[in-house]
Design a protein around this ligand. Structure first.
Ligand code: 13P
Length: 241
């Protein structure tokens, strides 16, 4: 069970340091824990969590090792900082910053090739769910990642986790029912047999029920990961599931 806190564009270095030092002493149950600060706070988080089991992830990573790509960060740069995990394909990147299945696959493959673990996000919009297209969207998004892994000869990777994040549940307070999450996770796993995290308004109150589903292997938590007590409670709830 993996609980990852995606901070999005919150917590600069100072706040990140304070949070991570407190996280060291928090009761997080028996789950694996990762925090995903903004780029500028990664170094502070790595330093504050050194010597603990808590991982630090970047929120994105470019496919090139270096080059003329203004505003981007590469996998070797993250490794140099002590960061060994990266999120790719978050729906905010897909919706607001032009990320496509193709760029998501390129980012994921390059990260894996450079020795990073990857959390690749997929999920349908509200309109797609209402149109009955959830299955076809997931097959397209996960299928693109599976095809990319196959072509690169790394089909059996241990470095990849998928996060199923229905777009309509992100930051809205609307959560997928445990049954909806289970159905989507089972579909994802039928295409690519990797652990699948659920994301979308995960809170202390719903973490146990979601994490109890057989194909839910953890959570990618946004807003509720910014508060220490709420994040620690989610970790403990998932731990009991
Ligand atoms: P919320 O938990 O704020 O809905 O965000 C989910 C998310 O996007 C995590 O990546």
């Amino acid at each position: 069970m993996l609980i990852a806190g995606n901070w999005k564009m919150f917590k600069g270095p100072e706040e990140a340091g304070v949070f991570c030092r407190a996280l060291r002493d928090a009761d997080l149950g028996e789950v694996d824990v990762v925090v995903c600060p903004p780029y500028v706070s990664l170094g502070e988080a790595v330093g504050a969590l050194a010597g603990t089991e808590i991982g630090v992830a970047a929120q994105n990573v470019h496919w090139a090792a270096e080059g003329a790509f203004t505003g981007e960060i590469s996998a070797p740069m993250l490794r140099e900082l002590g960061v060994y995990v990266a999120i790719v394909g978050h729906s905010e990147r897909r919706q607001l910053f032009g990320e496509t299945d193709e760029t998501v696959v390129r980012r994921a493959l390059a990260a894996i090739e450079h020795g990073l673990h990857v959390i690749a996000c997929v999920g349908e919009t509200e309109a797609e769910r209402e149109a009955g297209e959830t299955g076809s969207v997931l097959r397209r998004q996960v299928g693109a990642i599976a095809a990319g892994l196959n072509e690169a000869g790394v089909a059996e990777t241990d470095e990849l986790v998928i996060a199923y994040e229905p777009v309509w549940a992100i930051g809205t307070g609307k959560t997928a029912t445990p049954e909806m999450a289970q159905e989507a996770h089972a579909l994802v796993k039928s295409i690519l047999n990797v652990p699948v995290l659920y994301g979308g308004s995960v809170k202390p109150e719903n973490a146990y029920e979601l994490a109890s589903q057989p194909d839910v292997d953890g959570a990618l938590v946004g807003g509720a990961s910014l508060d220490l007590e709420s994040f620690a409670t989610i970790c403990r709830e998932a731990s009991h599931s």
